[in-house]
Ligand binder design. Structure first.
Ligand code: DQA
Length: 148
């Protein structure tokens, strides 16, 4: 059974509270429930982790390497746009595949969101598909099919 880690970065615990017109009405617990149900349905093991702290996210990525995780789905939140430390952590855990996911369409928002420093070290990226994007990112890992 594949073991997948889903990491959500800063402010994603505020889903359902923050900027609902952009991120929707569903909260973080809804997202976790949705992912856990998908794991039962598709028969994979999943851990959902959220942190507002860069170092906590890096520790979790390193832990995934050490405990034999088969794939990482990560929404690094705003860290996407400038955290070279998270990028380096993601680059460290090869051959574990990583898929970056963004709920919103970052490419049609502010200029600073067009740049992802983490995407180049991920095997795939899902953007602007809402919460369903997490399941699409998981599918990439389950099927071992990436968009680049
Ligand atoms: C986000 C997009 C980021 O620019 C933003 O800082 C977030 C959420 C998304 O899921 O659309 O926190 O990663």
């Amino acid at each position: 059974m594949k073991k997948i880690l889903v990491i959500n970065g800063p402010n994603l615990n505020f889903l359902g509270i923050r900027e609902k017109a952009i991120y929707g009405n569903e909260d973080y617990n809804y997202l976790v429930d949705m992912i856990e149900k998908y794991a039962k349905e598709k028969n994979f093991e999943v851990e959902c982790f959220q942190s507002n702290h860069e170092g906590g996210i890096i520790d979790k990525i390193q832990e995934a390497y050490l405990n034999g995780t088969d794939g990482i789905v990560i929404n690094p939140g705003a860290y996407t746009h400038y955290s070279y430390a998270i990028r380096d952590a993601l680059a460290s855990v090869n051959p574990c595949p990583k898929v970056e996911i963004h709920i919103s369409d970052v490419n049609s928002r502010e200029e600073f969101r067009h740049i992802s420093v983490t995407e180049p070290v991920c095997e795939g990226q899902v953007v602007g598909k809402g919460l369903k994007g997490y399941l699409l990112a998981i599918d990439m890992i389950l099927e071992n099919k990436y968009d680049k």
